[in-house]
Design a protein around this ligand. Structure first.
Ligand code: SF4
Length: 204
């Protein structure tokens, strides 16, 4: 819809905004904290996969470190469209195509009723999953998934699966109210799952 922002520049990468939908309701989600400030990033209408592809390809991609599927919702709510766009980007044969990353809450399996991690192979160069807590209780307190406790296990399964399919899998926490002990417990869990750990500063 007119005014909707499908792509935007952020820290040297090209971010893709395909959906507002998400199965979580995180306590720190920017959508709750200042939705009015999101302007065109709060989509009035989801763009078609063709429109997303067209807009990405309209860019000179040379300056970008990565293409990042992120948005203000959960990109795997549109997993099939996401995979189609990745396939088309690779098929376009552009010499300026940078690595492609998915930022996700790791609930793609839950949302799509199938394990989507094998489908990441060859499409994505990196995946970053929000961990948010080192145990189920802390995770549920912060992310409040619609599916409740199943959200925790789904996220763990997704990280394990993605680590088998994608060259670089990162697990991140937002430094919202974490003690050093909790951060270390998150680091250990991430590494046990086969992922790289990183702490993101709280943007609230
Ligand atoms: S997973 Fe992301 S988009 Fe969804 S509620 Fe949490 S912070 Fe917001």
């Amino acid at each position: 819809m007119k005014g909707d922002i499908i792509t935007y520049d952020y820290y040297g990468s090209l971010y893709i905004n395909m959906t507002n939908r998400c199965d979580c309701h995180c306590v720190f989600c920017i959508r709750d904290q200042d939705a009015s400030a999101l302007g065109g990033l709060w989509l009035q209408e989801e763009p078609t996969k063709e429109a997303v592809l067209e807009e990405i390809l309209a860019h000179d991609l040379t300056p970008y470190a990565e293409i990042v599927f992120c948005g203000y919702g959960e990109p795997t709510c549109r997993a099939d469209d996401l995979f189609w766009i990745c396939d088309q980007l690779h098929a376009a044969g552009r010499a300026d195509l940078p690595p492609i990353r998915l930022n996700t809450n790791g609930h793609g399996g839950l949302i799509n009723h199938r394990d989507i991690t094998p489908e990441l192979a060859g499409r994505l160069d990196a995946v970053s999953v929000s961990l948010n807590g080192s145990d189920q209780e802390e995770y549920l307190r912060l992310t409040r998934p619609g599916a409740g406790e199943k959200g925790w296990q789904a996220m763990l399964d997704f990280v394990r699966g993605a680590a088998q399919s994608v060259p670089k899998v990162m697990v991140s926490i937002v430094d919202y109210d974490k003690s050093p002990q909790e951060i270390e417990a998150c680091r250990k869990l991430a590494e046990d799952l086969g992922a790289i750990f990183r702490v993101r500063p709280f943007a609230g």
